[in-house]
Design a protein around this ligand. Sequence first.
Ligand code: SAH
Ligand code: SF4
Ligand code: F3S
Length: 460
Amino acid sequence: MYETLADSRPAAAAPLTLRAMPAYHLTTFGCQMNEHDSERMKGMLESLGYQEADSRTEADLILFNTCSIREKADERFIAHLQEAKGVKRRSPETVIGVGGCWAQSVKDEVFQRFPYVDVAFGPGQVHKLAEFLNSDSLSAQGYFEFEGFTGELPAKRARDFQGWVQISVGCNMKCSYCIVPSTRGREVSRDPQSLVDEVTRLAEDGVSEVTLLGQNVNSYGRDLPKETRITFAELLARIDAIDGIERIRYTSPHPKDMREDVILAHAQLPSLCEHIHLPLQSGSSPILKAMRRTYTRERYMDRVAMIREHVPDCGLTTDIIVGFPGETEADFEQTLEVVEEVGYDQAFTFIYSPRRETDAAELPNQVPHEVGVARMERLVEAVQRRAHERAQRFVGRSLEVLIEGESRTDPGRLRGRSRHNKVVNFNGLGSAGERVMVDITGATSQTLTGEMSLVARATG
Ligand code: SAH
Ligand code: SF4
Ligand code: F3S
């Protein structure tokens, strides 16, 4: 699809920083890494004197942080971009900027296909945004190379008490369905001391829960120089030792790198939460091989057994793809078997979506969409039934809940998360960022309900 907006594109983005308090509007698509990157974009823009606008029509700069993981993600973004095009038609001086994985995956084509886009950049050049915005030359844009960690930029955090921490960028895996290695590049780990310093600053700033981010967090450190190299488990221990950090989460680990030291850390480090997101993708070893996941069903189940042994109460969540090319009914049934056996607390389920420049898109035996949809329905039924059953273990217990705000469904109640990453809606008094004890009285597949315990606030 090629787009035009006749003669609307200026020779270059206007030098916005010269104006009084220019306003930006940023829309974020995709995963937590994009949430993180967007907080940094906002932090950087605000340090340059921009302020956040409530709507696109009020913005001098309309920004998008894009995702391309599945076709739907592309479609959603294009619909938003159309709207921005309408704004620009009415106010031609508006600057449109597109960052993130979609921009990276189409690179310079962005400007050909969408000539009203002024600035485009990949996930590795967020720190160059200011330079791009002020540049007179379009050739200053579109390097699309990794040039620096977004995590080193100032952040405007969505919540005062929670912080994302980018521990690595990129991915060295080559999962045959996945676009990420081509959008985020090779894996590069950040220096451990600079991560400890960053988390210390966050703690001083009132953050009590951090989520460590990377495409493959548990291969952290392997690329670091010998003098500073530490493992992911060691990094967890260093962060656990920081005063004020009460909860550590991370996403996503890869099952192939899920070693006993990391699992033991969940049992030993007081602030490391009892939750592991362990992406399965498929329960069939031949499909896992075609996906190039580098583990078999048996090896995955060994990891699950090890988790259950050391951290019996651990919340387990996963990602599953149905309808991967060549997936037979028998393969799919193996995925269902794993779901039954493990009993996940939650699973993110996806119908396979062919992605540009991935090997799986070229495979024969693409599964018809309606077969994918039918399998998805069966999968969701199994996931939810098992999650509902598993959630009953919490009923009658008192859980530590970090309050996030009001309940979404019932504003008279509070909403928070347990250490297992379960959403808890409860009656009680407290404000966002506080940790309280909640007596759990009910559980569905998605949420727990309860009453704030009269006994005590959470300590520790
Ligand atoms: N690095 C992480 C997450 C990658 S993207 C990891 O490896 O776990 C998040 C999820 O999107 C993946 O786990 C996978 O389940 C899903 N996904 C990725 N590419 C996909 C595709 N082409 N079609 C459908 N789902 C996909
Ligand atoms: Fe994609 Fe696989 Fe890397 Fe995850 S591990 S980002 S699924 S290539
Ligand atoms: Fe999407 Fe890129 Fe994240 S493709 S899922 S925004 S790493």
